[in-house]
Design a protein around this ligand. Structure first.
Ligand code: GDP
Length: 432
């Protein structure tokens, strides 16, 4: 999600403008020099586009020197934002405090929108035209307080935003796509047969959806699912079904085509390298993941405890995967599959509201700051969720984070928001 930063001297009306942009009628908090203000970013929408607005005021609360403070704001904005809004008080005009910031904004490649705020009437609007001299292009005369000109400003913001990603997040309605994968003989066909009684012919597809002929629609837990590449599981050509290379290509293809993967493992055998490779494929493809330990009926009671420990160790890189112990043969826990799939998909599509994310993050970094490195500790400025399926987060920081601290943030993020059954991607954008 693109980021729009609002920059300007104290008292030019940045908070009022942010409130206007996010369309919230809340008590207007005007910026007072030296007072730390909430720097939580807000979600905004206009004409069907979403973006994040960050009020850069309050980022340098202890700066004695106003010119330095606004320059620092501008710098942070340039580094973290896709679009910068530079706010000037139209009644005051530009001051030399503004000029330093303007110079740095002009040097940056970022689009800057110049706003002449407090343009409450046409007399002031005429005066606002003199702000052309700042060299930031046409000033947008607005009254953040009364709403004058804010529609034009929002249109200008949308024009300046980077092009929307082509990914369509609203997936078409239809059955969810599941890949049932695992090395030969783990029991894929046996598990599929469990559901086959309820299986529908592929031609009898759900209205408005196309099902690949190699897929089948299967009823699991009272819901129709699209099992991808089930043809591969059905055609039992015995040992002649192809080389391991071919099988692995087919597995990768099924995972790619699916939203959630069920990786079947054989509980009566140790987890093999091939099992691990399949798990890696799912994680790298960014798909939701349910691990089903099949043939659980072969595991005797006193081995279970040790087996669980062993499994924990083998799967420590993916502690978030949903695990099931089942038996395709006896039917044990097979009814747990559908709820596990639903849970994993729900996590996969979770979107954490920006304000909530940053409230949590602020508390986290306050309680456990990044360790000091060479006399300084990198700071996390704020975070946004860049996408879903799987959830992807971007942390804006003052410097690169230590790998250990980044893992800590991910672990805490999962503790707070769940994401059970789904990978989560975290990337760090340090200001350079
Ligand atoms: P696939 O190659 O993954 O499709 O595996 P199959 O479904 O063909 O199963 C391989 C072998 O494991 C067959 O002999 C099955 O009868 C057996 N099998 C599958 N599931 C179970 C299970 O839950 N318990 C036991 N004991 N055997 C199983």
């Amino acid at each position: 999600q693109p980021v729009v930063a609002v920059v300007g001297r104290p008292n030019v009306g940045k908070s009022t403008l942010v409130n206007r942009i996010i369309g919230r009628r809340q008590a207007v908090v005007e910026d007072v020099p030296g007072v730390t203000r909430d720097r939580v970013p807000y979600d905004a929408q206009w004409n069907g586009r979403s973006f994040t607005v960050v009020d850069t005021g309050g980022w340098e609360p202890d700066a004695k020197d106003r010119a330095a403070a606004i320059a620092a704001q501008a710098e942070t904005a340039v580094l973290t934002a896709d679009v910068v809004i530079f706010v000037v008080d139209a009644m005051v005009g530009s001051t030399d405090v503004d000029e330093a910031a303007v110079r740095m904004l002009r040097r940056s490649a970022k689009p800057v929108i110049l706003v002449a705020n407090k343009t409450d009437n046409s007399t002031i609007e005429l005066e606002a035209t003199s702000l052309w001299s700042l060299g930031l292009g046409e000033p947008y005369p607005i009254s953040a307080l009364h709403g004058r000109g804010s529609g034009e400003l929002l249109d200008a913001i949308l024009d300046a935003l980077p092009e929307a990603p082509k990914i369509v997040e609203n997936r078409p309605r239809g059955p969810r796509r599941v890949a049932l994968v695992g090395r030969p003989n783990v029991g894929k066909s046996s598990l599929l047969n469990r559901f086959s009684g309820e299986e529908r012919a592929v031609v009898d597809s759900v209205a408005g959806t196309t099902v690949d002929p190699v897929d089948s629609l299967v009823e699991i837990g009272g819901e129709t699912w699209q099992l991808v590449d089930t043809a591969g599981l059905r055609k039992r050509v015995g040992k002649a079904s192809g080389t391991e290379y071919y099988a692995s290509l087919r597995t990768a293809g099924a995972i790619e085509a699916a939203e959630v993967a069920v990786v079947l493992l054989d509980s009566s055998e140790p987890i093999s390298e091939q099992d691990q490779r399949i798990l890696t494929m799912v994680v790298e493809a960014g798909r939701a993941l349910v691990i089903a330990f099949n043939k659980w009926d072969l595991v005797d009671a006193d081995r279970r405890y040790y087996l669980d420990k062993e499994i924990d160790r083998e799967l420590r890189r993916i502690p978030w995967a949903i695990r099931l112990n089942l038996s395709a043969q006896t039917g044990r826990a097979v009814d747990k599959l559908a709820p596990a799939l639903r849970k994993a998909l729900e996590s996969w599509e979770t979107r954490v509201p920006t304000a909530q994310l940053n409230q949590w993050l602020t508390a986290l970094v306050q309680a456990t700051p990044h360790p000091v490195r060479g006399g300084r500790a990198p700071k996390i400025l704020f975070a946004t969720q860049a996408g879903v399926s799987p959830p992807r987060f971007v942390l804006f920081t003052t410097a690169p984070l230590d790998a250990g601290y980044q893992r800590f943030v991910e672990r805490k993020l999962r503790e707070e928001f769940g994401f059970e059954g789904s990978p989560v991607e975290i990337s760090v954008r340090p200001r350079k």
